[in-house]
Write a protein that binds this ligand. Sequence first.
Ligand code: SF4
Ligand code: SF4
Ligand code: SF4
Length: 314
Amino acid sequence: MPVTVAEEWLNACAGCEISILNTGEALLDLLPQLDFVHMPVLMDHKYFGQTGNEASMEIPEAVVGIVSGAVRTDEHKHVLEEMRKKVKFLIALGSCAAFGGIPAQANMFKKDEVMEKVFRHCASTDPSPNPDDPSVPQWLDSCKGLDEVVKVDITIPGCPPHPDWIAEAITALLEGKTAWALPERSVCDTCPVIREKKSAGGPIKRGLSNLEFDAEQGIDKMRCINEQGFFCMGPVTLAGCAGKAGSPRCIQARTPCRGCFGPIRKGARPMVDMMGALTSVGLDPKTVVDRRAIMNRYIGGHGYLTPLPARPVR
Ligand code: SF4
Ligand code: SF4
Ligand code: SF4
């Protein structure tokens, strides 16, 4: 008998759902064992009845719940809480769901500052825009990862998560396991570049100049990006973006890791650890331009930085 699955997306971009499709042949093997009973990205589902005639939200019960996206509005929170009530195992799919991801970058500013800048003081193609219309879902004070709102059973980080891990986590559940997690390793642990544990020092370079490498040779012949004086978040980022095999994806593309897989473990202090990693190769962390913005995607249930003071929206 197939296992029922309900899927939801909150403050999401659908990249995580594309990654489910990208599981490819593994998905073909899994599909006969799964029965998708709810998936708004694929099928139109009216939460309050087909004509809005119901008073309470309808999400069907399922054994497995998969939720992508962060929790930005009161509607997202309501949908997530309903999902938690209706499913036995809840999977947070992708970095937005895991710890806020890209939408949580708005947490650098207070809610009202963002509303003011983005929705009240910009040109609109709508002749009568009203962001305060009560029928529009209201923003929460901050953008959250799922586990800041409900209990999460399995987290599959990544922006988007690699299909290997989606297939592996779902297979684990089908085999009766109740837990699955990526090993706690850093991107650097899986990166084959040349490391000499020192840099030339000086201020950290911005991405306005080029890395040094020979395009005819593999990345195992390229010097570590941090040691070349650039800012690479590999030391504090969870490994896994290349799936079960291969080198970190951005490094393969000769560009620094920007931390999309999130912190290596819950409760980590990635800002502090990153500053230590830079110092250890002779770079001055104080010279990272706007390091708070660069590190902000870590804000959320995992790897919390520090409460951020308000600052003007520019
Ligand atoms: S984790 Fe990335 S791919 Fe998934 S919803 Fe968020 S932004 Fe999109
Ligand atoms: S800092 Fe970046 S380039 Fe250097 S080893 Fe780590 S992931 Fe690779
Ligand atoms: S190298 Fe870093 S930013 Fe790039 S895909 Fe991997 S984890 Fe994400």
